[in-house]
Design a protein around this ligand. Structure first.
Ligand SMILES: Nc1ncnc2c1ncn2[C@@H]1O[C@H](COP(=O)(O)OP(=O)(O)OP(=O)(O)O)[C@@H](O)[C@H]1O
Ligand SMILES: [Mg+2]
Length: 492
């Protein structure tokens, strides 16, 4: 920190020297014997403390203080006065914004301590002002980004390793977070590459099981008997090829989470075994008579609608209801175009870093094409495209159209629907008048809530609603602020 500068003003030479001596070891000290000299100095220098007697040759110390409020508003003003003067100056003290009045004879240690404390509290007040400003600024960015396709792609939301800005992802992640703290089974559905496994890992990471294992089993890849033995274990000799005992995934993950991917592909016989496990919490290895308890949370995923399979008679209804303690549906990437820029930047940075390449960013016409593509393979397809582009780019280059795959380069890079202003996108998204009005209402209510940090009174006032009216809307649109809190917690 810079050394503080103290200006001492007194007509008496001895008083001046005594005061200067009191501070000269710790601060820069300048002295003045007339008001004019003092005011000239104040005009051109960044003085931190002004210490003045009451009577100076050509003017009163109080006048110097009042004038210095204009040139040096932040300076700390201390008046040194005789005892008999105190009564008289009482009224004028506030005009000069005086910090303290010191009575003569002053005590050296007390005076030094007072100046030090005054400088410290001024510094704290400065920092407080600065942080307040910084906080207001970051609030503004946070608000602007929600649902605004033009917002800087830098400011994204995160849930564990999932990155997004869209409201639909915010709702899924918020529900996932609420589900995570319960111990209920979770069913995650979504097209291929939408992030089902990443979300399952996030749920585990936010659950009380986070310090135990998270094990993955792809149920679509194995014939029935092998799948049973993978999950429940087997005894030696239970079937051909079972040359030794094998501990299944369920007992191995005791206390943790098992992620059953592609659950829609399992046989009716396996569905029965899984249902029994979910009901009883016990496993029996193939070829064994003994059951053993195991405490495992199941997260199942499917890229086909289990409900539709139940309706078609291809999946057990009772198992479906068991699995969907919480049901999370990940939207396809083409339905959340606003996530594409943040994902593209995130994936490009991550991959560039992993291969030690410096990428300056993604060119605007590339971003337009990325936003216009249909992404049937969702985030995984986007990830592959970005990875390829980063590999082709030179060090210190932007990712531009020449790095795109042929299919993407062929896309017309003019304005995409995702770049239209938000209200225009709502109007273009189809549906009846009532549905469109509801979509706008939902957006306005959630933005007002976020803007007012979920203070219901303030948000209601801004929207011209009663508190009860606002509560009804929150309920009706299932608005929730847990994700905002999670984000704040994640940053600390
Ligand atoms: N929101 C996201 N933020 C960052 N990365 C993501 C996001 N969503 C998906 N990914 C990445 O995309 C890839 C595909 O994700 P994941 O494997 O979780 O999808 P999936 O739905 O399980 O796919 P599949 O149905 O094909 O098994 C992964 O590399 C993952 O890291
Ligand atoms: Mg997967």
């Amino acid at each position: 920190m810079k050394e503080s500068l103290i200006l001492i003003i007194d007509e008496d030479r001895d008083d001046l020297i005594a005061l200067a001596k009191c501070f000269s070891t710790d601060y820069q000290v300048v002295s003045a014997r007339s008001g004019k000299e003092a005011l000239d100095f104040l005009e051109g220098s960044d003085v931190d403390v002004i210490l003045s007697g009451l009577r100076i040759n050509d003017m009163s110390g109080l006048d110097i203080f009042s004038q210095s409020r204009v040139t040096r508003p932040e300076a700390i003003r201390i008046l040194v006065a005789e005892h008999h003067d105190l009564e008289a100056i009482n009224r004028e003290v506030s005009d000069g914004a005086i910090y303290q009045v010191i009575r003569k004879p002053w005590h050296r240690t007390a005076l030094r301590l007072m100046v030090r404390r005054a400088l410290e509290s001024r510094e704290l007040a400065r920092r407080h002002r600065y942080l307040n400003r910084a906080l207001k600024f970051s609030d503004a960015i946070w608000d602007k980004d929600i649902g605004n396709p033009h917002a800087s792609p830098k400011k994204s939301l995160e849930f564990d390793k999932l990155v997004f800005v869209s409201e639909s992802m915010m709702n899924v992640c918020s529900l996932a977070q609420r589900g995570a703290v319960t111990d209920l089974p979770i069913l995650i559905q979504g097209e291929t590459g939408t992030g089902k496994e990443l979300l399952a890992r996030a749920v585990h990471a936010f659950s009380k099981r986070r310090d135990n294992l998270f094990l993955v089993q792809n149920c679509g890849a194995l014939p029935d008997e092998l799948l049973q033995s993978e999950l429940f274990g087997h005894k030696r000799g239970a079937f051909t090829g079972a040359i030794s005992d094998r501990l299944g995934l369920f007992p191995a993950a005791d206390g943790g989470t098992v992620f059953l991917d592609e659950i829609s592909d399992v046989s009716p016989a396996f569905q029965v075994s899984l249902l029994r496990f979910l009901q009883e919490g016990e496993v029996k290895a193939i070829g064994s008579e003994k059951t053993r308890k195991c405490d495992v949370r199941i997260i199942a995923a499917s890229n086909r609608s289990l409900k539709a399979l139940v309706e078609a008679g291809e999946f057990r209804r009772d198992l479906y209801y068991r699995l969907r303690g919480f049901e999370l549906n990940l939207p396809p990437l083409r339905d959340r175009v606003e996530d594409i820029p943040v994902l593209a930047e995130h994936l490009a940075n991550r991959y560039a870093e992993s291969i030690g390449r410096k990428i300056l960013g993604i060119a605007l016409d590339v971003m337009r094409r990325l936003k216009a593509h249909r992404w049937t393979g969702n985030v995984r397809e986007l990830e592959n495209e970005i990875r390829r582009m980063v590999a082709l780019a030179e060090n210190g280059e932007f990712l531009n159209v020449k790095h795109l795959s042929e299919e993407l380069a062929a896309i017309d890079g003019t304005l995409t629907s995702g770049e239209l202003p938000f209200d225009q996108r709502i109007l273009n998204s189809g549906g009846t008048l009532k549905e469109t009005v509801e979509r706008i209402e939902r957006q306005m209510v959630s933005q007002a809530l976020i803007r007012n940090k979920w203070n219901h009174s303030k948000a209601a006032r801004e929207l011209g609603l009663s508190r009860v009216g606002l509560a009804n809307k929150i309920k009706r649109y299932s608005l929730d602020h847990t994700l905002t809190l999670a984000k704040i917690a994640g940053e600390t």
